[in-house]
Design a protein around this ligand. Structure first.
Ligand code: ADP
Length: 244
């Protein structure tokens, strides 16, 4: 049995071709242990989003392998990969839009319905309540603020209990109180439910909620820290950025 929710081995990711080719990930090997919370940090352009997209099976790397919840992604056809993402992976992405025609409640229930499971109304209510949106269940995304939409995405990740949740700047659009709330919820996914969370953030305070902080620079992992404070993360970030 694997103890890693996601493993990347020698992953190289490139954009474009010929002289304009950009290497976004340059031979990254990393394993995200089940039941842990990892923050991925690094300067803009260091490859954080690409890492998240490859690790989540949204992009296929040029070289190397990605294993999600014990399944090697490289061997899967598009349909099987879509099913794996739907059933085993949760996304809390700003750009990962909710379905505009559906209410908050319907958006939360969508992954279960797509997987052919019938959502328990009490579970949906509990998930919306957990993110502080119990009174917004019937609102559509256009009637919600950016932060509220982000929390609907989080409720969606709560209800379907995916093995691994990827979050891209989940607190970027939120005020500090709501940010703390969202980070505490992500922490609880790990602490209470043994889910695995991988979060890209530029915020040392957010990263301090994680068990493990990875630092990327120029498409490589250049450092990692465990059990750290926001201050020590900020100091490490400042050092990395001054080296760029
Ligand atoms: P980060 O999330 O750390 O800002 P990215 O993963 O978005 O970094 O980008 C890594 C590198 O790949 C950067 O040099 C960026 O300019 C480049 N890149 C990202 N997306 C594309 C794209 N769609 N086309 C071309 N280059 C890209």
């Amino acid at each position: 049995m694997t103890t890693h929710a996601v493993v990347l081995q020698n992953v190289r990711a490139v954009y474009g071709s010929g002289p304009r080719q950009v290497t976004a990930l340059d031979g990254v090997s990393v394993g995200f242990q089940q039941g842990t919370f990892t923050a991925v940090m690094g300067p803009s352009g260091s490859g954080k989003s690409t890492l998240l997209h490859c690790a989540a099976g949204l992009d296929r790397p040029a070289e190397g392998s990605v294993t999600i919840d014990g399944t090697a992604v490289g061997n899967l056809g598009e349909d099987a990969l879509t099913r794996l993402r739907r059933d085993r992976v949760g996304f809390v992405f700003q750009a990962f839009n909710l379905v505009s025609a559906l209410t908050a409640q319907q958006n939360v229930e969508l992954p279960l319905r797509l997987a052919g499971r019938r959502p328990e109304p009490a579970d949906t209510v509990a998930a919306l309540h957990a993110v502080g949106l119990a009174d917004r269940a019937r609102h559509r995304p256009s009637e919600l603020s950016g932060g509220e939409q982000q929390r609907v995405a989080l409720a969606r990740a709560l209800i379907s209990r995916p093995a691994v949740v990827f979050a891209d700047e989940p607190t970027g659009a939120l005020d500090s109180t709501t940010s703390r709330h969202v980070l505490t919820l992500l922490r609880e996914l790990v602490g209470k439910h043994r889910q695995t969370v991988v979060m890209v953030t530029h915020d040392p305070v957010a990263a301090a909620y994680a068990d493990w902080v990875l630092f990327l620079a120029d498409g490589r992992i250049v450092d990692d820290l465990t059990g750290v404070t926001a201050e020590s993360i900020a100091a490490r970030t400042a050092l990395l950025e001054s080296a760029c």
